[in-house]
Ligand binder design. Structure first.
Ligand code: AMP
Length: 170
């Protein structure tokens, strides 16, 4: 795939600076609104909504990528475990209709109730904002519960994290 300054994540435009890993079928990208430090996504290169849409080769690549990324983020963020999750379809809480796996470094006590992370994943939508809209909203008036609790990060913050993770994968 030729170098591109933007990638599609469902309806969103993702700047190349957010992408820290490229494999044959997947991309690793840092999160606009991480639930915990180091919360990243492995997405399919094809813009298809469902895990069920992936070929066997794409499934293999996605989970090998999640494993590879998990190894580096667990260490980088001083974690001892990982939550690896896929919300496959809107009824399962998926908000971005582009197949992806969440990889999240975990530590004992990071949530008062350990499984609350699944509620957080379900609530972690950037809603219908485009990337530009979301970034413009950072620091601005809050829109609803999601934004009150977790503002979207700036391009600069995300690019810095992506560069660090890319260097760890090299
Ligand atoms: P889900 O609700 O399982 O579809 O997860 C969507 C994930 O995508 C959430 O973790 C969001 O924070 C994340 N997200 C949404 N828009 C963007 C974006 N433009 N760049 C990076 N991550 C995003």
């Amino acid at each position: 795939m030729p170098a591109s300054s933007f990638y599609k994540f469902g309806p969103h435009s993702i700047s190349a600076g957010q992408v820290f890993m490229k494999t044959t079928h997947c991309l690793g990208l840092v999160n606009l609104k991480p639930i915990l430090p180091g919360h990243v996504l492995v997405i399919s290169r094809r813009n298809v909504p469902r895990f069920l849409d992936l070929s066997p080769e794409e499934v293999t690549d996605m989970f090998q990528s999640a494993q590879r990324v998990g190894k580096i983020i667990e260490k980088e963020y001083g974690a001892t475990s990982l939550t690896i999750a896929c919300q496959d379809g809107p009824a399962a809480g998926q908000t971005v209709p582009h197949c992806h796996v969440h990889v999240i470094p975990r530590r004992l006590g990071d949530f008062e109730n350990n499984d609350d992370i699944y509620d957080e994943i379900a609530r972690s939508t950037a809603e219908l904002l485009t990337n530009d809209d979301a970034i413009a909203a950072a620091g601005a008036a809050k829109h609803g519960v999601d934004f009150e609790e977790r503002a979207p990060r700036t391009e600069e913050e995300m690019a810095k994290e992506a560069a660090r993770l890319e260097s760890l994968l090299a």
